[in-house]
Design a protein around this ligand. Structure first.
Ligand code: HXC
Length: 514
């Protein structure tokens, strides 16, 4: 073969990659982009380098010897996002439904390994019919490799899953091990068993979308973190999310330029807090006022809304917000909000993101369903996550900080580095009504005017304890500050703790209550 012939053959091979124009058309007809188009939308123009494009399946059973495709149904490689290296794969549904066979898995494992060695974020774009049925245990072995690599990478490099097609069976567990899952309405599906199996086993009837679509996982199960109307929107959002995060656990998050002035005052906070303590407000308004303009990026906005978590910036530095939301369940912490907060807090600690908690919480949610659902175990996750975290931890108590929730959200003894309180803060074991009922129960029962005495005791308790000064007197609150200076004080608190170093006893790993 002449050199020219070799070159011609090479060019033909490159051109024939993927499942062909018909399959690509079918992909488009479902409103889905191709694997490569998705990569182009994600990475900086011209930065993608493909890895092992000629890998092909080796299995021969059930006619697979007649269906060999270069790349084996997945595109893998590296590119840059905002100038920073990332490694990725994008499954190609046009090839055998993006199903995962032995070599498809090998290709993925190769980029997982490169991402880990290079300390670069890993992004997986899932669009697959799951285990390639014809390859049997070869594909199960491949999944096992991927799960293991996801697990070993956890806490070392950030990992993201963008679900842009079906993701069924055990295949969902790779995304579930990664840090963040993005889903698109009408395109993404995740489930262990699909509607047909469910109908056969339990008799329940449900559509693919209702069972495992973006809404189901972003609002009901809490399995996914971000929901979008379209693929391009999801991929563009991922670029933004990456800008808040370091490439690996040994780096600091990038400093953003052009931030809000660090000395901006926040007089609007005085208006945001209603006079009536029972009246709800949206804690996002506090976040918006306190953090750099337009910097708040909420995580899991649609699930467990009684806590608000997400990334924002303070004077250009990434912080992880952990805020109570009085608009939902009076901000009480329940099972789901504890899980949501604990997982987010642990991510922040893995990747050197300081934690900022905004506190207005009456406690953990009472109720039989909560108790029997394991609120003890789930609530313990938040305590564990805060206590084990070594990143700077700052708390601002806005209003209520009662009981165990005070400890989880703002206790220096648990490990917060600086605790600030607004003059409206109420720090106590419980609210004044509950406290008066417990401490003075016998006196109230024996009184000639029980209601009058109860009101008097509530008033007495409120005046004595429902303020920040008792706690500040013990040193549990470092300072009581004016709302107008809250942003300035938070930035100063963050800056004074940036060089924080805290060791933990050597151990294999802790045993967080799961
Ligand atoms: C091999 C597969 C496949 C699979 C789809 N295809 N899934 N080939 N193994 N798992 C092929 C189809 O045969 C078809 O090939 C092409 O991909 C496109 O599939 P369609 O069915 O035409 O597409 P669509 O109508 O969009 O339906 C997509 C789908 C459906 C919902 C994903 O294909 C489906 O239900 N597939 C099976 C899903 C499944 O049961 N997977 C195993 C899960 S168990 P042709 O040549 O006709 O175009 C699992 C265990 C993992 O994954 C365990 C890990 C621990």
């Amino acid at each position: 073969m002449t050199n020219q012939e070799a070159l011609k053959r090479y060019r033909e091979r490159r051109a024939e990659m993927a499942g062909g124009p018909e399959k690509a058309k079918a992909q488009g007809a479902k409103g889905k982009l191709t694997a490569r188009a998705r990569i182009e939308l994600l990475v900086d123009p011209g930065s993608f380098i493909e890895q092992q494009p000629y890998i092909a399946g080796r299995a021969t059973d059930f006619g697979l010897d007649q269906k060999r495709f270069p790349g084996d149904g997945v595109v893998t490689g590296t590119g840059k996002v905002g100038g920073r290296q990332v490694f990725l794969f994008s499954q190609d549904f046009t090839v055998l439904g993006g199903s995962l066979g032995e070599m498809h898995a090998e290709r993925i494992a190769e980029v997982q390994s490169l991402a880990l060695k290079n300390g670069a974020p890993f992004i997986q774009i899932n669009d697959s019919g799951g285990a390639r049925i014809q390859e049997g245990t070869l594909s199960l072995n491949g999944y096992a490799k991927i799960f293991r690599a996801n697990t070993l990478s956890s806490g070392v490099i950030p990992q993201f899953s963008v679900i842009l097609g079906p993701c069924a069976g055990g295949a969902v567990y790779s995304p579930a091990i990664t840090d963040f899952i993005l889903m698109v309405d009408g395109v993404s599906n995740m489930y262990i068993t699909g509607p047909d199996v469910i109908r056969a086993v339990t008799g329940e009837q449900i559509s693919h979308e209702d069972l495992g679509g973006a809404q189901a996982h972003c609002e009901r199960s809490g399995n996914a973190h971000f929901r979008f109307g379209g693929e391009a929107e999801a991929l563009s959002f991922l670029r933004r999310l990456l800008s808040y995060l370091p490439s690996n656990n040994l780096e600091q998050p990038p400093l953003a330029a052009g931030a809000d002035p660090a000395d901006r005052e926040t007089p609007e906070l005085e208006e945001l807090l209603p006079e009536d303590p029972k009246k709800p407000y949206d804690v996002r308004d506090f976040i918006t006022a306190l953090c750099d303009r337009d910097s708040f990026l909420e995580v899991q906005a649609g699930w467990a809304p009684n806590v608000v978590v997400g990334f924002a910036r303070l004077a250009g530095r990434t912080v992880g917000l952990f805020a109570n939301q009085p608009k939902s369940f009076a901000a009480a912490l329940d099972i789901n909000s504890s899980d949501k907060a604990a997982r987010f807090l642990r991510f922040c600690d893995c990747f050197n993101v300081p934690i900022l908690s905004l506190v207005d919480v009456p406690g953990f949610l009472p109720g039989v369903a909560q108790e029997h659902g394991g609120i003890i175990r789930h609530g313990a996750k938040v305590l564990y996550a805060i206590a084990e975290a070594t990143v700077p931890k700052i708390a601002l108590i806005i209003r209520k900080a009662y009981g165990g929730a005070f400890i989880a959200m703002s206790s220096k003894a648990l490990g917060y580095d600086r605790v600030l309180a607004l003059p409206t803060a109420e720090i106590a074991v419980m609210g004044a009504e509950g406290a008066a009922n417990v401490i003075f129960r016998k006196d109230i029962a024996a009184a000639a005017d029980p209601q009058g005495l109860r009101a008097e005791k509530i008033q007495q308790f409120s005046e004595s304890f429902m303020n920040p000064f008792v706690a500040a007197g013990y040193g549990y609150v470092d300072d009581v500050i004016e709302p107008r200076f809250a942003r300035i004080e938070l930035i100063r608190s963050l800056e004074m703790n940036l060089r924080k170093r805290e060791d933990r006893p050597a151990k294999k790993h802790g045993n967080i209550p799961l």
